[in-house]
Design a binder for this molecule. Sequence first.
Ligand SMILES: [Zn+2]
Length: 412
Amino acid sequence: MTSLSQLQNVLERARQAPHYAGRFAAASLASLEDWAALPLTTKEDLRQAYPFGLLAVPPRELTSYHESSGTSGQPISSYFTARDWTDVLTRFLRSRVALTQDDMVLVKTPYSLVTTAHQMHAAAQLAGATVVPADNRSHNMPYARVLRLLRDLLITVAWCMPSEALIWAHLARRLGLDPARDFPSLRAFLVAGESLSPARRAAISRAWGGKTVIEDYGSTETGSLAGECVRGRLHLWDDRLHFEVVNGSLVVTPLQREAMPLVRYDLEDEVRLGTQACECGSAAPTLEVLGRRSGRIEIGDQAFYPRELEQAVYEGGAEHGLWFWRARALAPELAAGDGLEIEFYADSQDSDGAGPAIVAQIARRLGVRAKARAVAATDFLPDTLISAEAPMQKPRFVFSTREDWNKSLVYA
Ligand SMILES: [Zn+2]
């Protein structure tokens, strides 16, 4: 439970940042009601504050600068002092994945500007583990290389998006490996960055012969906000961050942030909070992330989150070896469509049954009409993704006459 004085401290620090100085000049905080009356900080506010409108310390105190991977327009900046990083890393390390010196951790999320890879990289090192910095999918990190690292280095924990864990299992099989037996050191996938339905989580675990899938929830602006307990529930780190739910959306105020104070930051994720005691013993609220407010799908008179559709699809396909799927509205405009067209890849002996089972489950769960069609695995994952390993190169300036010297600076 956050105290009033903690929030007063946040507000005091926030006033040091140009973006907040005017906004909160006259704000006084005598009660929690006053706090709830302060304006939310939106993503649009952060875009307008690019790059240093939220800076509340002298620039020389910063240890890193980041940006979130926005789809278009102005980026959202995020920056941390050394103490901010300690705050982020120590809460991230509370996850039930419980990293130790014995862990060999594959970091398979992006390093470019976002915080995700850096958070795991530094946290794993803080825990004494060994880091293998593999980065996101890129020209020098095709999947054959990922699988080689997983296997040859005896990786114990992989930090990745849920989709990646499923892709690796499938491609391992295409390469003649058995995900259940050929990676005995791998004990857990720690995943984040995508919504994950229980049914897809089960599909990932099944694909790897029952390995553990552990979820983390956070953002580049804040670092980890919630991590999973031994009972498989996401708990909010509510001793370090103040949480509110405003119009269904999660709003967070980091209590210790120095470099970039955030006052009532609206993450624009629709959530459900649970306050019942969890069997793990933690009193921190539990979190269920439903999806982006803007990502809700409307088909006819039904509205649902992609995660709910994902749940229905994997429930329907579970018995039929479902791996991958995609959906689009039957009508050109998603909002105007009156049904869904699904393509999927399933590989059990009874894969023909997957289509009708998926369609039935979508109707039952969401009240939406659908048609489903099986396609080949290569429709989702072409062979080039497995093997297109371009050797790492550097700029070159001296060539033989037989070589192409147009490549001198074109080395990617
Ligand atoms: Zn718990």
